[in-house]
Ligand binder design. Structure first.
Ligand code: COA
Length: 382
């Protein structure tokens, strides 16, 4: 029997395997993808280049990128049977349920569904990466009573994503902010959803099954659902301020809201992190993207609210924001519905999940921990 002192609740601090994909260093607040600092990748690369890096261990050459983008662009359209499935779901269902269902359907559609060779997994990962934006964009549109917009092969991944969602060619500033968010959300070592994907893969189940499960884990507000929850907080404060856009009034309301929420022992969404205790390495870069959107859309009220909550949390609890804190308001300003935020995280993280699934497959051991039994002693059935 295990000694109960050995139990690390939530596996906190437990190293369960090695990985070459990314390194989170909480001491230096840094995050590397195959050795490259994430903020440098966000400044210099497209999401497509970063996805290639995560799957191949190195940035693509020009020719490799050309082939990768040609393949990605040719697989963006929503398959007819998937569109029918989405149409059959109520518009009141959570978009995370829609995207989870869609990935499951895509697995059942895929001719290599049962083939988990590296070659088949690369094919499956690329087609999933390519088509997920169409699922998310169409789902937001149908909720607004709008029609499907077909993808465009002349646009890069981020521009096409925004095109399919809003039906307009996006401004460069907006594409840049969105591309940065996709890169920052792409990968983060053994977080809950990635670990879920690795557990499923360790049973030798296929890539789509692993990603379907990972999406389930990401939905929760303690993980990916936090970007959506941040916006609900902002909405609560804005409503309490009588929908005022006055930065001073919003900041004052944010302070009041925070005092009350902390007194009620509520968790403030978008703050804190299991690994980073002195700040999330991705926040400064994402905050830069938020600043650009605040300027582009001329929304100083959003920044006032953001700053007031951040400094209030710093003063009251010394807890810093995580990536979801600047990402939520950025997506709001771009025009996404609040419920669409976590699916955007899915679109980005498919790259990281697929990388981990392939790494797990290449050096697999069934993940099956032990538990300490604390139920009744053996007894007779009456
Ligand atoms: N709001 C208020 N208090 C928080 C907090 C938050 N967002 N995050 C941590 N704390 C407090 C806890 O209440 C706890 O205080 P206590 O010791 O007085 O009980 C202490 O900080 C440690 O928190 P704990 O939840 O045990 O840390 P953890 O490592 O298990 O949690 C998170 C990490 C991410 C689950 C947690 O910070 C959280 O729930 N954050 C909000 C959700 C979120 O933004 N998730 C996205 C993560 S990227």
């Amino acid at each position: 029997m295990t000694d109960s002192t050995d139990i690390r609740k939530g596996l906190a601090g437990v190293v369960v395997d090695t990985t070459a994909i990314s390194k989170v260093n909480s001491e230096t607040n840094s995050l590397l993808y195959y050795g490259y600092p994430v903020q440098d990748l966000a400044a210099k690369c497209s999401f497509e280049q970063v996805a290639y890096l995560l799957w191949h261990g190195d940035l693509p050459t020009e020719d490799q990128l050309a082939e990768f983008t040609r393949n990605e662009r040719s697989q963006r359209a929503l398959p007819d049977n998937l569109k029918s499935v989405i149409d059959s779901l109520p518009t009141t269902s959570h978009p995370m349920d829609v995207v989870r269902t869609a990935v499951s359907v895509l697995g059942a559609n895929h001719p290599k569904a049962e083939d988990s060779s590296r070659e088949a997994n690369l094919d499956k990962a690329l087609s999933l990466l390519a088509v997920t934006p169409a699922v998310i964009a169409y789902d937001q549109r149908r909720r607004r009573g709008q029609d499907l917009i077909e993808p465009r092969e002349d646009l890069d991944y981020s521009s096409n994503f925004l095109w399919m969602t809003f039906g307009e060619e996006p401004a460069k500033e907006v594409v840049d902010a969105f591309n940065v968010s996709m890169i920052l959300y792409a990968e983060h070592s053994f977080n809950a959803s990635t670990f879920t994907g690795r557990v499923i893969t360790s049973t030798l189940a296929d890539l789509h099954s692993a990603i379907t499960g990972a999406i389930g884990a990401l939905k929760g507000p303690l993980h990916g659902g936090a970007n959506e929850a941040v916006m609900h907080t902002f909405e609560e404060i804005t409503t309490a301020a009588g929908d005022s856009a006055d930065p001073g009034a919003l900041a004052a309301e944010a302070e009041k809201w925070l005092d009350k929420a902390l007194a009620e022992k509520r968790k403030i969404m978008g703050f804190g992190h299991r690994v980073y205790k002195n700040g999330d390495s991705r926040v400064p870069t994402m905050k830069g993207a938020l600043d650009a959107m605040v300027e582009y859309y001329d929304r100083p009220d959003m920044l006032a609210l953001y700053d007031a909550l951040e400094s209030g949390m710093g003063e009251a609890k010394n807890i810093k924001p995580n990536l979801d804190y600047p990402a939520g308001p950025t997506y709001h300003l771009i025009g996404f519905d609040t419920l669409t935020f976590t699916p955007l995280f899915v679109a980005a993280r498919i790259s990281g999940w697929a990388a981990h699934i392939m790494e797990q497959n290449e050096n697999n051991a069934l993940i099956r921990p032990l538990s300490e039994y604390v139920g009744p002693e053996q007894r007779d059935v009456p």
